[in-house]
Design a protein around this ligand. Structure first.
Ligand SMILES: Nc1ncnc2c1ncn2[C@@H]1O[C@H](COP(=O)(O)OP(=O)(O)OP(=O)(O)O)[C@@H](O)[C@H]1O
Length: 247
């Protein structure tokens, strides 16, 4: 994917993202990291076209995100939220079929076949006729990922998809995401799971108080240029693992 941020600022009641500029090319899994409240999810929403910056411009894959182009763009991407937002009154299968019908205009039987295939890939075949409240949080989150994938988007956004899960379910969901690596899709994601980041991302953006403090290929985590990133990876016990230097 290609991303261009040109002096992007975003305000709510105060400035949340502060004059971000960046150009990336040939990145396939971009991880956005930083301390809680630094603006990661806000940046993700801007990149997904869900919100607009007050200042500056954003281009993704050569397309400028602005009124008029953003709706089409949003139909082409997939987005997974911190907590699943499946329709509670529909089964898992129906949740996927609905999206295929509505967004991609795929007719009934074909939509069902595609949805089943996707649920199988996410190891949810047995759960497909259940409603979201009768499966585990991890299964529901995997169903959200299946739903984001079933329209075959080339670009997928993940906003801390394991934030609401316990460690066992977190592992299960992260494993499912890792299996998607090499599927020809691109990912932009926010995570606190640095070990997952290390295995999945090829590029990182490290934010602090709404500013990009460091960005670069994943290997830059082993050579932090700033005290802030050095402390961040240390806190997360990043190095405390096998072959941490071998990417
Ligand atoms: N819609 C909103 N209206 C007002 N303030 C908001 C809104 N969304 C986010 N904020 C504020 O913007 C700041 C950055 O939030 P954001 O969710 O982007 O941070 P984050 O780095 O993703 O945090 P976390 O890791 O805790 O999820 C926070 O202070 C948050 O309270």
């Amino acid at each position: 994917m290609k991303i261009k941020l040109d002096h992007v600022s975003k305000y709510y009641d105060r400035k949340i993202l502060d004059d971000l500029s960046l150009e990336l090319e040939d990145v396939h899994a971009l991880g956005i990291i930083g301390a809680s409240g630094c603006g990661k999810s806000t940046l993700l929403r801007l990149l997904a076209g869900m919100e607009r910056p007050q200042e500056g411009s954003i281009e993704v894959n050569g397309r400028r995100l602005q009124e008029g182009t953003v709706r089409e763009y949003q139909n082409e991407i997939g987005y997974v939220f911190q907590k699943h937002n499946l329709f509670p009154h529909l089964t898992i299968l129906e949740n996927l079929v609905l999206i295929l019908n509505k967004i991609k205009k795929v007719p009934g039987k074909e939509a069902e076949a595609r949805a089943k295939q996707m649920l199988e890939q996410l190891h949810l075949k047995e759960e497909m006729n259940k409603r979201p409240d009768s499966i585990s949080g991890g299964q529901a989150q995997r169903a959200s990922i299946a739903r984001a994938l079933c329209t075959d988007p080339k670009l997928i956004f993940l906003d801390e998809p394991t934030a609401a899960l316990d460690p066992v379910l977190t592992g299960e969901v992260l494993k499912a995401i890792r299996e998607l690596k090499g599927s020809g899709k691109d990912f932009i994601f926010v995570t606190h799971e640095l070990k997952f980041l290390r295995n999945f991302a090829d590029h990182i953006i490290f934010l602090d108080k709404g500013k990009i403090v460091e960005e670069g290929p994943i290997s830059c985590l082993w050579h932090p240029q700033t005290e802030l990133l050095r402390n961040f990876v240390k806190e997360e016990d990043f190095y405390d693992d096998d072959n941490s230097g071998n990417l």
